[in-house]
Design a protein around this ligand. Structure first.
Ligand code: FES
Length: 118
């Protein structure tokens, strides 16, 4: 009998499917991280996905204006609390009260159309 080995470790946590995230949009998902359960932001551009902790470096608040709803403008994500603007691609704050700080990146991997937290 042949054994099929998955490239995904059994310890990796499936968090959603690519199609769950609107193309060009964002969503929030509650995940289990090393320090406990937390909210992460998933942003999609085509088949590319960026993932960050949903914690603003300015005042430690979540960035969404309603649960899972984010302010997106061109290539930036805007914190709904005090308006800090972050690059979608690297999480760097380019304007606002925490300019120069960054969102904390969370490593995700894709297997087919499934997204996993490493
Ligand atoms: S908490 Fe995000 S800009 Fe202040």
């Amino acid at each position: 009998m042949d054994t099929v080995t998955s490239a995904i470790s059994p310890s990796m946590q499936a968090i959603c499917r690519l199609d769950d995230i609107p193309d060009g949009g964002a969503m929030a998902v509650e995940v289990m991280l090393a320090h406990g359960e937390d909210s992460v932001i998933l942003m999609r551009q085509g088949s590319q996905v960026q993932c960050y902790l949903n914690i603003c470096p300015h005042a430690g608040r979540q960035l969404d204006y309603a649960p899972g709803k984010f302010l997106l403008q061109d290539q930036t994500l805007i914190c709904a609390v005090h308006g800090a603007s972050f690059n979608k691609t690297d999480g760097l704050c380019i304007a606002g009260p925490c300019k120069g700080d960054s969102l904390r990146s969370v490593v995700v991997r894709m297997q087919g159309d499934e997204i996993f937290l490493a």
